[in-house]
Write a protein of this length. Structure first.
Length: 433
């Protein structure tokens, strides 16, 4: 965790010296690292360069002081901008609208200091692995998807046979329970490797679990969007339906939380997206939001609910050849509408595509839906609700990502996705007609 403490120290220093000239070289010297190494470390932890992070914090604090009644030109000069025009240009690039428009939408602005993700050195991870009776000096790498994208900051592949993971104790325990229950049902699952003391996980301040790795890898982007995209889509759908049958059979043993997506979206997500619609000039007509509330509200209580995976994005679904070999990462499992998993798998695939591949995604969505329907039989209400569930997922992502500085680009991507989905409402609704 030494990396984490280094970055925390840097963030505190930046926060206290926003009105001074701060450079990457200065922060690197404080940490006793080369500028190049420090730059890479900071970017990997915070999701942005040192300069971009400092600019964002200055914009946030300057806007807060302007909103509090101080004269704008005095504030921006104090925060290192040569002119108000320079501040204005940087603000519009960062927030998509003028400071005045932003404050008219949100009424106020309170700069919130980002949290730092805990980072572990190779030496620290090897010390943790000493708690298990496995071969020493196995290579430790961050878990990656088949196409090279990083899946998480708290998961590591250990050799060829193991996965090391940390997170909240509650989520780790739930994941273990589901894996064991699925194993009893005959599903391939990531069973925990017992520690030297016979425990299923390492019980310390930051708990760790070591699990057996599953055979297979996530499907590559080229395969997902290739000529066999409909066939692979059907495989996703069929496998999610089979997973749901197994999860339903163990639901009473897990005691999961139950979530009302319609209530969550309409209470805080949708109002936030309406604000972003104005802020970023997304161009979504108010009739979309009104129609969403009306029509999804009529369907929601009729949609089947059960224990679901909740996060079946492409990196959590493993293929062995052209067949799915297993699902991983049940941390977020909950009782929810079962249609969530079907649609989340589809939107996860869309989020990893380029805009020029969006049209191909409609074929993939059709394959996923028909695959699930063949194995799990969607109800008439579920078929009618597909568009609204997909939009719910997109709006949740937009609202969540925009709140976190390191996910700003993801927020932008999901805004583009929502626009595309709304523009193709008729095509999505015609899939089952």
């Amino acid at each position: 965790m030494q990396y984490t403490e280094l970055i925390k120290t840097a963030l505190d220093y930046i926060e206290q010296n926003l009105k001074a000239n701060i450079t990457s070289e200065e922060l690197a010297q404080m940490a006793n690292y080369s500028t190049y190494h420090y730059y890479r470390l900071f970017s990997s932890v915070m999701g942005s360069s040192v300069a971009s992070y400092i600019l964002k914090r200055r914009l946030d604090h300057a806007l807060a002081e302007i909103a509090g009644g101080r004269k704008a030109i005095d504030v921006v000069l104090e925060y290192g901008f040569d002119t108000y025009a320079g501040f204005y240009k940087a603000f519009v690039k960062m927030y998509g609208c003028s400071p005045k428009k932003y404050l008219s939408i949100y009424q106020e602005h309170k700069p919130k200091k980002p949290e730092v993700v805990i980072m572990y050195t190779d030496k620290e991870l090897r010390k943790i692995l000493e708690n298990w009776s496995i071969e020493k000096n196995l290579p430790i790498i961050g878990a990656h998807m088949a196409d090279g994208a990083k899946t998480s900051g708290n998961v590591w592949r250990v050799g060829n046979d193991y996965i090391l993971k940390t997170g909240s104790r509650e989520k780790l325990i739930k994941n273990i329970k589901i894996s064991k229950a699925l194993h009893k049902q005959g599903f391939v699952s990531s069973l925990p490797v017992l520690t030297k003391t016979g425990d299923e996980y390492l019980n310390q301040k930051e708990p760790f679990v070591l699990t057996q790795g599953l055979k297979g890898n996530p499907l590559t982007k080229s395969d997902r969007f290739g000529d066999s995209r409909i066939k692979f889509g059907e495989e996703y759908g069929r496998s999610i339906a089979r997973l749901h049958k197994a999860l339903k059979s163990i639901q009473k043993d897990i005691l999961p939380d139950e979530v009302n997506i319609y209530e969550n979206v309409t209470s805080w997500v949708l109002p936030n997206v309406k604000q972003q619609n104005i802020q970023w000039d997304m161009g979504i007509d108010d009739s979309f939001f009104d129609g969403f509330i009306e029509y999804f509200g009529k369907l929601y209580d009729k949609l089947p609910k059960q224990l679901i995976h909740r996060d079946p994005n492409p990196s959590n679904i493993l293929f062995d050849g052209d067949k799915i070999s297993g699902f991983i990462d049940f941390d977020l499992s909950e009782v929810n509408i079962r249609l969530w998993d079907v649609c989340y798998c589809a939107t996860g695939i869309l989020s990893e595509s380029s805009e020029d591949a969006y049209e191909k995604w409609l074929d993939i969505l059709e394959g996923i839906l028909h695959g699930y329907d063949l194995e799990g039989k969607l109800t008439p209400e579920e078929k009618q609700a597909v568009f609204y569930v997909i939009c719910s997922i997109q709006m949740i992502c937009i609202a969540y990502f925009e709140k976190h500085d390191m996910y700003k680009e993801l927020a932008k991507t999901n805004r583009q996705m929502l626009n595309f989905i709304i523009q193709n409402k008729e095509k999505i609704e015609n899939i089952f007609k």
